[in-house]
Write a protein that binds this ligand. Structure first.
Ligand code: ZN
Length: 465
């Protein structure tokens, strides 16, 4: 059984998709006004883990992630650089895709863009006006939340604070401001706009997700994710728009991940701790270590991102890689140990049950590392055989379809201590300490690792000693 914590009910609920064996998943994507930072990637990593786990459990997942390429922030950014919105957002869209590939996030089935769905938005806005949920004021169109009695169910806000008739034009606003939000914003000097049936202007932020989720996933679908900061107002407004328009339930399961802090502090540009992927890659941090760290804290707990935590993640990942290396390279004897089959089955069960329990990654990883410890001691005692090693490798590779933290199968794996030496030599070379670099190269040669310096960096190959 799979169960998830549903923000809507505030409870853990057994998961039953609308259609047996299939899951329709919508996750709020990037607003492409800047390079995404690790706080954003925490949410995307959680969603990737969720999706990969559902696939692991045999579901066919249809995943849609929107790209917000027109909103207050993108317009402001384009304006300050004096370039078109399209030109401005393109570089951040490219950067986003590059980063998610680096972090091995499985691509969604669709990445619809707001600017490519204006006609559909107009259709929904017109429908909301016809049904009496929306009204025009000074060229803009607002959703009247007093007309939607279920408003506030997701965020559990106190509707006593409701200020009927007051309006907000901004895309983002605070919880103490429960007022009518903009579906369509009137044309302003110096801003991009579309000529439409409801007048010239541009969409508010929230309408795109209602429009694009229904277009690609249907009027009601299974799971909608985001960060807890999306609950109000964004997701609350999505529910209001969609349920008012279609007259049916919008989403069955709402899953939200908590935010990330850095060195125990709130992440912010002014503190200089709002790391992007390029910041971390410049510090020579392995992206798979970043991924491991991002997924290894339960999504509903706050994640404290520190360099110490990255080191620990690197050590854990190193244990997995060493294990895989050992399974591949140890001279096992022919045969099979029946106890190993039992260990494999138990580990597979605990891994799946852990993740099935609201994506409890700690339980899943504990099962994996306990198995590694046990099998390593068996190897030491000569109790692992060729067939066992094959089965264990298959199991690790199968788990990695969910975790996605190991080098790919076609890549060779080196023991962690050797990788550390290679990195040390790289650093020595950068520091122009060639004596140290040469010494490390000689040490590695003794262990059968030959290094080659190419213009794309150092490559290594194993030679039989
Ligand atoms: Zn959204």
């Amino acid at each position: 059984m799979i169960r998830f914590f549903n923000t809507l009910s505030g409870k853990l609920e057994p998961f039953h998709p609308l259609k047996k064996g299939e899951v329709k998943l919508y996750t709020c994507g990037p607003t492409v006004y800047d390079h995404a930072h690790i706080g954003n990637f925490r949410a995307y990593a959680f969603e990737d883990l969720l999706k990969r786990f559902l696939v692991f459990m045999g579901y066919k997942v249809t995943h849609v992630m929107n790209i917000t390429d027109v909103d207050d922030k993108t317009i402001k950014g384009a304006h300050s650089e004096g370039i078109s919105l399209q030109e401005y957002t393109k570089k951040y869209i490219d950067s986003f895709f590059k980063d998610i590939d680096t972090l091995r996030m499985a691509r969604a089935d669709h990445y619809p863009r707001a600017t490519e769905h204006i006609p559909e938005m107009i259709q929904m806005i017109k429908g909301l006006m016809e049904k009496g949920y929306a009204y025009a004021k000074d060229g803009s169109i607002y959703f009247s939340i007093a007309k939607f009695p279920n408003y506030g169910r997701l965020s559990k806000i106190n509707l006593k604070e409701l200020k009927p008739g007051e309006r907000v034009e901004l895309d983002e606003y605070e919880k103490d401001n429960i007022i009518d939000f903009a579906l369509w914003k009137h044309k302003k000097e110096g801003e991009p706009f579309w000529e439409t049936e409801v007048g010239p202007g541009r969409p508010g932020w929230h309408i795109e997700c209602s429009v694009m989720s229904s277009k690609y996933l249907g009027e009601t679908f299974d799971i909608h994710c985001g960060g807890t900061d999306n609950i109000f107002p964004h997701h609350e407004n999505e529910i209001a728009q969609s349920e008012a328009y279609f007259g049916k339930k919008f989403v069955n399961y709402w899953l939200h991940c908590r935010h990330l802090i850095v060195d125990g502090e709130k992440m912010s540009k002014s503190l200089g701790n709002q790391y992007t992927m390029r910041d971390l890659l410049e510090k020579n941090i392995d992206p798979l270590v970043i991924r491991f760290l991002l997924i290894s804290t339960h999504y509903r707990k706050m994640l404290n991102f520190t360099f110490k935590a990255l080191e620990q993640a690197s050590a854990s990942l190193g244990r997995m890689k060493d294990f895989l290396y050992e399974l591949k390279n140890h001279p096992f004897k022919n045969g099979e140990n029946k106890n190993v089959a039992q260990i494999i089955e138990k580990t597979r069960k605990n891994f799946a049950e852990g993740l099935g329990d609201d994506l409890n990654i700690s339980v899943a990883l504990r099962a994996l590392f306990e198995m590694i410890r046990k099998v390593n001691s068996f190897i030491g005692k000569g109790k692992i055989f060729k067939k066992d090693a094959e089965n264990l490798t298959d199991l690790i590779r199968c788990f990695d379809t969910v975790l996605a933290v190991l080098p790919e199968e076609k890549e060779d794996i080196l023991p962690e201590e050797i990788m550390i030496k290679i990195n040390e030599r790289e650093k020595a070379r950068r520091d122009r300490n060639f004596e140290l670099a040469d010494r490390i190269r000689d040490q590695l040669a003794k262990e059968g690792i030959v290094l080659e310096d190419t213009k794309d960096g150092v490559r290594w190959k194993k030679v039989r000693t």
